[in-house]
Write a protein of this length. Structure first.
Length: 321
């Protein structure tokens, strides 16, 4: 029977058998999945685990700081933070194709982990890499039966073929709600467990067009405004996830102040969902949408239009890329 205690006991035993006395690393993304996966492995093998948080420069405002402070405080896990923004932005320069972005990010993640693992290897080589892959990630990357490859999730279809680690994926058969239940059972703080999902490739797949520092800064500002207003309206729990997307290669004419503007549109993509496999667009109250729109167009230079995505999944996916 499915109880959180059973799943935890079973996974802890399985992880111990797989890892033995070897060293293991886990990439933390700041999201629920990797946090719960790491907490499970920590419970199984303690200090053999080192977590690595890669700041790829594609994070939202405040995210890196949050992981550094909150996660370590909550779990006592060993954490190594790697600032790899230049490396990722360099590799992504000029790239516009969504699958290419995903593959590049997946590859760079692994390279950074490999480098981190070499530094961590105090008691022999690190042979294992923990990933918070969930069942829907496996299915949507074409790893399930009878499903087409929709997107290469950075942690499934995006891995390089010459991967030097064996993977430890204790959440591979689970859905998000089950992972949240496990997280609470493992003692992770509510704020962490109830965080909205955020994709590993980060803001790179929310900029439609090539990714650069300037575009990232614009999107970060718009995203922060949307999050602030959602929270202020008390709607965090009512929404599964709230991507904000920058149409960086599109411009439209507007009138701002006393003149013509020619700026970029931002798309609001609030969705409700049970497991991200299907989703519906969230019927946010119009006054909340209006506040977000007013603030973004007032506060974010270069953005002169805000649009609301009213597409369910299917046919749309949650992310735009
Ligand atoms: P889509 O866009 O396929 O997304 O409807 C489904 C869910 O998965 C998240 N997502 C990702 N998560 N690595 C991740 O860890 C990825 O490469 C990735 N791509 C999409 C997305 O945010 C949504 O929750």
């Amino acid at each position: 029977t499915w109880t959180p205690e059973n799943i935890i006991d079973e996974q802890v035993a399985r992880i111990r058998a797989q890892i033995g006395d070897k060293e293991v690393i886990c990439g933390l993304s700041g999201g629920v999945d990797s946090a719960v996966a790491a907490a499970l492995v920590h419970k199984a093998v303690g200090d053999q685990l080192t977590c690595v948080f890669v700041d790829h420069g594609l994070l939202r405002a405040g995210e890196a700081e949050q992981v550094e402070k909150d996660y370590v405080a909550a779990t006592g896990i060993k954490l190594k933070v790697v600032d790899a923004a230049d490396r990722f932005l360099g590799a992504l320069a000029g790239v516009t194709d969504p699958e290419q972005k995903r593959k590049i990010i997946g590859r760079e993640f692994i390279r950074v982990f490999e480098a981190a693992a070499r530094e961590i290897a105090a008691h022999g080589d690190v042979e294992f890499l923990v990933q918070g892959t969930l069942y829907p990630d496996v299915v949507e990357s074409g790893g399930g039966t009878g499903t087409a490859n929709i997107k290469s999730h950075h942690n499934v279809g995006g891995l390089p073929e010459d991967l030097k680690f064996a993977l430890v994926e204790p959440l591979r058969t689970l859905f998000k709600d089950e992972v949240r239940t496990l997280g609470l059972q493992l003692g992770l703080p509510e704020a962490m467990v109830w965080r909205h999902p955020f994709p590993g490739p980060g803001l790179a797949i929310r900029i439609i067009g090539a990714v650069d520092q300037e575009r990232l800064d614009l999107l970060r500002q718009a995203d922060l405004i949307a999050r602030e207003e959602l929270t202020a309206a008390g709607l965090d729990r009512g929404v599964w996830q709230f991507p904000v997307v920058l149409l960086a290669d599109v411009r439209s004419v507007g009138v701002q102040g006393d003149g013509r503007s020619y700026g970029h549109p931002v798309v609001l993509r609030p969705v409700s969902s049970e497991d991200a496999m299907t989703a519906d667009w969230s019927r946010l109250p119009y006054d909340v949408v209006a506040r977000i729109s007013t603030r973004i167009t007032n506060e974010v230079a270069e953005v002169n239009r805000v649009v609301l995505d009213v597409t369910s999944k299917p046919p749309g996916t949650i992310e735009w890329e």
